[in-house]
Write a protein that binds this ligand. Sequence first.
Ligand code: NDP
Length: 489
Amino acid sequence: MTELEKKQSRAPVPSGWDYAPAPEARDIVRIEERYGHFVGGEWLEPRETYTTIAPASEEPLAEVGQATPEEVRSAIQAARDAFQNGWSALPGSERAKYLFRIARILQERSREFAVLESLNGGKPIKESRDVDLPLAAAHFFYYAGWADKLEYAFPNRRPKPIGVAGQIIPWNFPLLMLAWKIAPALAAGNTVVLKPAETTPLTALLFCDVVRQAELPPGVVNIVTGDGRTGVEIVKGDVDKIAFTGSTDVGKTIQRELAGTGKRLTLELGGKAANIVFDDCALDQAVEGIVNGIYFNQGHVCCAGSRLFVQESIYEDVVKKLKRRMKTLRVGDPLDKNTDVGAINSRQQLEKIKELVAAGEQEGAEIYQPPCKLPEKGYWFVPTVFTNVAQSYRIAQEEIFGPVLSVLTFRTPDEAVEKANNTPYGLSAGIWTEKGSRILWMAERLRAGVIWANTFNRFDPASPFGGYKESGFGREGGRHGLEPYLKFE
Ligand code: NDP
């Protein structure tokens, strides 16, 4: 033992930092035993139900409806009636009032929503509290502002709403994806039928209460729950547009189904983002960005920085700092305010992550997982990093959608661009460098819809978001996000 270490062990300060649990109270939210479908402003008693659970404990939370084809049809009809009976003809300034109201109610009830989001989805409370909820409210505020300015947003094009939008969303940001879909649709004068993901229906169902509180006319927002079969019925139904966020495979199926029908479509699909670190960057800041890029929301993020490209000259340093930082990540109870990494959303997703991690080891990559005690019940995965990764490995090509990072290297900016673009996806990318000119040079060449410089995973309602190639098409957010919900004369 060195002299320094001996001194440290005798020091009166604790050798490690242990955090006492700081659980957020869950009694702020009241979960019903059973939920129906929200159709025409009323709760429709479901014919079939399933149980939704808390992925952190596998505890059953509620019975929710598995919508049948007739139930989906009645939701679409309610949306059609509401569209024709007043909503689409309402002045934009009136629609804006409802959207502002919804935004304010979301802010007022944000703690309730944050707790429910973490319970049903497994994400850490500090993320649902500080990211999902503020952003969801911000989207309603933002699009409320556009509702009476559509003529200015699209001058000389006479924008008109298109009708009924069918909206199908995933489980990684349940309420935020709902806001991304519903806010622009309503601002543009459409009505909607939305299906939350099978595993995370509860915040969408609580949102129905907000819709009522805001006194939104019945039928403008309809929510039906269920698994992929419900999604299929919405796609087949009498809707004018489908907005889908989810896997590339399902996106392709929907595109095939809609081909030739004249229905509009936007797809926000998977990703395998490159996070590119140059040797002149602020290293500690970059390491924080790498950690945020891949371990935020357990890596259940379509734009996650899951492929890390490090310039060869700083490779050892980056990997060392990254591993040290990973040791400080606290994995556990999503409702604990100290938790950095929560539960994996479902058993099915956990199996998928395990399968791809096993493939990475088998193909020859080197795995590192920090020492970490996982809870006994629920679905968990230790934050993982792979080094010694070849571009052809499955872990460098396929979307893992979990807390798993693959590290690769490059020597020159040209090589970084070539490797970063070597993917079927094109949703996002990150660049870490001191040089502004290099940021612009890289951004011009990277085939990705969103590019962050010296930061990662930053979202703003005013900024359009969407992909290239197999990451989909169409943009959500900003003025661009209104366009898919409008027709022009
Ligand atoms: P899916 O694409 O299956 O789910 C997205 C939504 O579509 C859900 O509401 C789902 O319902 C619904 N759906 C499923 N099948 C159909 C269909 N044929 N027609 C219409 N709607 C359908 O994603 P998964 O939840 O199965 O996740 C699988 C993988 O997809 C993940 O591992 C990840 O790689 C990727 N993914 C990407 C996301 C992104 O943001 N880009 C988000 C989620 C997943 P149900 O919930 O019942 O399945």
